[in-house]
Design a protein around this ligand. Structure first.
Ligand code: NAP
Length: 248
């Protein structure tokens, strides 16, 4: 039986690369997006052209009602959810904490912490063998920012990713006996559109000389780590945080 994977924020970047690789590995993919319907449709069409199964689902994963609606829609379409990649997330314009508004900080926490946490909640409710589920696997997308702190850039975002690391460790232990594995990847500087959102489209090239491997990473290099953690090859991995950062 084909297994179903829900990837949040899969219309571009790391989420889109993960959708394509997961589909090639045999997953049926639920491609979530917030506003980039064309991007999500392109990912779905690429998967279908390669013989895979995918469907796009609009939902803002910073909103609890949308998250509940998203899980209901995916279960209605595919019958079950066996995997979740908590990928949707974003930075905000670079600056110093002393200048950040309460509204900005609240939004960072809502999108990068509360959203993934609520997605985990819905997934566990659905997957837990104690509730009659089939078990499953969750991969959270953290960031090397959780180790580095992002001083002068976005310490609020970095702190959110620190919360994702802790969520991964705690939830992994909480549900380990219920058939659910929970792991995280911690990407470093990756070539995606996220850097333009923070006002630094050239950020990867600028910081690459400080990466031990002397370059930024590609979305596909992060996706490969995610798809491995999703797979049965990682069957004894839970509570693991895998750095994909070129040594940075
Ligand atoms: P990206 O290219 O900006 O893509 C972000 C994706 O998330 C888009 O598909 C976007 O879709 C979606 N999204 C944003 N807000 C959403 C919301 N509220 N609800 C649903 N979807 C939403 O970013 P990326 O670089 O691939 O980042 C993916 C993840 O990797 C993030 O968690 C990020 O923090 C993490 N990460 C990235 C890097 C890096 O250097 N790129 C490094 C470390 C960690 P819409 O346009 O439709 O909103």
């Amino acid at each position: 039986m084909a297994r179903t994977l829900l990837i949040t924020g899969a219309s571009r970047g790391i989420g889109a690369a993960t959708a394509l690789q997961a589909a090639a590995a045999g997953w049926q993919v639920a491609v979530n997006y917030r506003q980039d319907a064309a991007g999500a449709a392109h990912v779905v069409a690429s998967i279908q052209a390669a013989g895979g199964v995918a469907q796009a689902f609009q939902a803002d994963v910073a909103e609890e009602a949308d998250i509940i609606r998203l899980f209901d829609a995916v279960v209605q379409r595919f019958g079950a959810v066996h995997g979740l990649v908590n990928n949707a997330g974003s930075t905000a314009p670079m600056g110093r904490l002393q200048d950040f508004s309460a509204a900005r900080i609240q939004h960072m926490l809502q999108l990068n912490v509360a959203g993934p946490m609520l997605c985990c909640r819905e997934a566990v409710r659905h997957m837990s063998t104690t509730a009659g589920g089939l078990g499953g696997v969750i991969v959270n997308v953290s960031s090397a920012a959780s180790r580095l702190g992002s001083a002068g850039e976005y310490v609020d975002y970095a702190a959110c990713k620190g919360a994702i690391d802790t969520l991964t460790l705690g939830l992994a232990r909480e549900v380990a006996a219920e058939g659910i594995r929970v792991n995280a990847v911690r990407p470093g500087l990756i070539e995606t559109g996220i850097h333009a959102i923070s006002g630094q489209p050239g950020r990867v090239a600028r910081l690459a000389p400080g990466v031990p491997m002397q370059r930024g990473g590609l979305p596909d290099e992060v996706a490969a780590a995610i798809v491995w953690l999703l797979s049965d090859a990682a069957s004894f991995c839970t509570g693991s945080i895998l750095d994909v950062s070129g040594g940075r």
